[in-house]
Design a protein around this ligand. Sequence first.
Ligand SMILES: NC(=O)c1ccc[n+]([C@@H]2O[C@H](COP(=O)([O-])OP(=O)(O)OC[C@H]3O[C@@H](n4cnc5c(N)ncnc54)[C@H](OP(=O)(O)O)[C@@H]3O)[C@@H](O)[C@H]2O)c1
Length: 150
Amino acid sequence: MTHAVLPGMVERKRGAVVNIGSGAASIMPSTPLYTVYAATKAYADQFSRSLYVEYKNKGVDVQCQAPWYVATKMASIRQASLFAPSPETYARAAVRYIGYEPRCTPYWAHALVWFLFTVVPEPIADRYVLGVSLDIRDKGRAKDARKKAM
Ligand SMILES: NC(=O)c1ccc[n+]([C@@H]2O[C@H](COP(=O)([O-])OP(=O)(O)OC[C@H]3O[C@@H](n4cnc5c(N)ncnc54)[C@H](OP(=O)(O)O)[C@@H]3O)[C@@H](O)[C@H]2O)c1
C-alpha cells in the first residue's frame, strides 16, 4: 500500500501514511503468547519511523499509531470501556493526532497505560502480562472444549 500511494503524495508534496501498530510492540515490554503478532507490529513501528525521516522533507507525514485495547471483533471485546474504547472513540482521537508525533498513542487512557509500563520494573510487568496471557489462553481452551462437547 505504501509503495502504491507514496509516489502520488511526493508529486503533490502532501499526504499522510498512518500505520496501525500496537501497544503489544510499543507499549508493553513483552507480549508472551502473542509473539508473532507483536513482532509484526514492531516491524510496522520501525518501518514507519524510518519512512517518516525519509519523507518528512517531501511534505509526506508518516506515522505509526500504537493503540492498546479497542473494543473490536479482533480483540473479542464486545463492551467498550475506559481502557478499551469503541472504534468511534479511538478513531476520533486517532484522526486528531495525524501530523504530530511519528510514533504515538493517540487515545489518552492508552497513553496513561504506556506511562505506567515505563515506571513498572520490567520483570514485574513481564510476570503480569504472562499471567494475563495464560489466563486468556486457559479461557479460550475451556470455551473450545465446551463447543466440542456440545
Ligand atoms: N482491537 C485492538 O485491541 C487493537 C489493539 C492494537 C492494535 N490493533 C490493530 O488495529 C488494526 C485493526 O484491527 P481491529 O481491532 O479494528 O480489528 P477488526 O475490527 O476485526 O478489523 C479488522 C479488519 O481487517 C480486515 N481483514 C482481516 N484480515 C484481512 C485480510 N487477510 N485481508 C484484508 N483485510 C483483512 C477485516 O475485514 P473483514 O471485516 O472483512 O473480516 C476488518 O475490516 C489491526 O492492525 C490490529 O492489529 C487492534
